[in-house]
Design a protein around this ligand. Structure first.
Ligand code: ZN
Length: 164
């Protein structure tokens, strides 16, 4: 149980951090609409961090080193890969990235809910999976407001100059 909570907490905290970072990046590039969307996603995930923290109250969470986490790769499953972000991306692109990240989060908990030996762990994983499912639904709702951008959305007649 403690190990699941430690994973859930790290995963949600990383998602918040990544959304906030992306929002900042978009602000630097004056992409206000997408920056605003990432800010709202960071808020949604921050509520999730708080809920995991509530559930972990009174339980001593193991301090896991990065290599002790069971997911593959350096990134937690729910975090967006920052290299997928583009400074000209539209809300549609941002929401697609977020949707995929939330789906990965859902998979992580759903797999655990299906396979964990401990019944308490299965129950909590199932609850967290439900919440991720809600986030997936939220991303879909937001995504439905935007049309898929036409090819050429990333053409910039005056691209930013690399600092080096
Ligand atoms: Zn989520």
């Amino acid at each position: 149980m403690a190990e699941l909570l430690a994973h859930a907490h790290a995963m949600e905290a990383e998602a918040v951090e990544r959304y906030a970072e992306l929002a900042e990046q978009m602000e630097v590039h004056n992409n206000r609409e997408v920056a605003e969307l990432f800010r709202r996603m960071a808020e949604v995930e921050a509520r999730h961090v708080a809920r995991v923290r509530d559930r972990a109250a009174g339980i001593a969470l193991p301090r896991l080193a990065p290599w002790q986490f069971v997911w593959r790769g350096a990134e937690a499953p729910e975090a967006i890969d920052a290299t997928d972000a583009h400074y000209l991306m539209t809300p549609w692109h941002a929401l697609r990235l977020a949707l995929v990240a939330e789906q990965r989060g859902f998979r992580f908990y759903a797999d655990l809910a299906a396979t964990a030996v401990d019944a308490e762990v299965r129950a909590l994983a199932a609850e967290l999976a439900d919440e991720e499912q809600e986030h997936v639904g939220l991303m879909r709702q937001w995504l439905a407001r935007y049309r898929k951008p036409e090819a050429g959305w990333n053409d910039d007649p005056d691209p930013p100059v690399a600092p080096d």
